[in-house]
Design a protein. Structure first.
Length: 239
């Protein structure tokens, strides 16, 4: 029994790690060399993830990367689809060893610790979405979501982020994100970072939204951050 106990403990630990889900949002904050606080938020959905660094006080964008991911026990394998700071990583696979316990996530290589900030709920729109169409002059114009140039939106239970990029050219075109709510047919975003315009940080945008039950698409209409009217269609991204 003495020899069996450590084996049972190891089996229990591995089983517990496997049972815990990464899906949701996580954050960590570090102090940069110049004394500023930098915040990192990672959002995991089923099959896709994004990691973003921005100034914790001003929201100034620093960098973002992400793409596909899968997990086997204590290892995460990421296939990079975009990286604003290191585009040469696009297309490569990165393997990370992790420790996951309750609401704490550790990555062994970097010796960094993230805290869970949501577990994927309430998340009426939680998941990964690709822009598949726009309405212009009253007509729907569809977009081929299989092409290299993509606009993806990733949402956890409380956080949203859109990313525009090209997997073929490795070009990163922009991103923005923060928190969101869905209530009475209104989708409200509160911007915490925006790579194209820091002055939009702190703004709230309210949109009408509805889910097409037949196709599963998300129809989204209102005014953009520039005040222009928009009508967008987002389709669930298949793994």
């Amino acid at each position: 029994m003495t020899k069996l106990f450590p084996l049972l403990l190891l089996f229990f630990s591995v089983s517990l790690l496997s049972a815990q889900s990464l899906v949701g949002a996580w954050e960590t904050i570090k102090r940069a060399a110049d004394g500023t606080k930098q915040r990192n938020v990672v959002v995991f959905t089923d099959g896709f993830q994004v990691s973003t660094w921005f100034n914790a006080d001003t929201g100034a964008f620093i960098g973002a990367d992400g793409g596909l991911w899968r997990r086997h026990r204590n290892k995460i394998t990421e296939t990079v689809e975009f990286d604003s700071q290191n585009p040469e990583r696009v297309g490569k696979q990165i393997v990370l060893k992790i420790e996951l316990e309750d609401s704490i996530l550790r990555v062994k290589k970097d010796n960094m610790v993230w805290t869970r900030i949501d577990g994927g709920s309430p998340g009426a729109l939680a998941g990964a979405w690709l822009m598949s169409g726009r309405k212009r002059e009253g007509e729907i114009q569809t977009r081929d979501t299989s092409r290299p140039r993509k606009t993806m939106k990733i949402l956890s239970g409380t956080r949203f982020q859109w990313i525009a990029y090209n997997t073929e050219t490795k070009e990163f075109s922009g991103t923005g994100g923060g928190t969101y709510t869905t209530l009475d047919g209104k989708y409200t975003e509160k911007i915490e970072f925006f790579s194209r315009d820091d002055s939009r940080v702190g703004a709230s945008l309210v949109f009408d939204f509805n889910l097409d039950i037949k196709n599963g698409d998300w129809h989204h209409s209102g005014l953009s951050s520039k005040g222009d009217p928009i009508y967008e269609i987002w389709s669930p991204r298949a793994q």
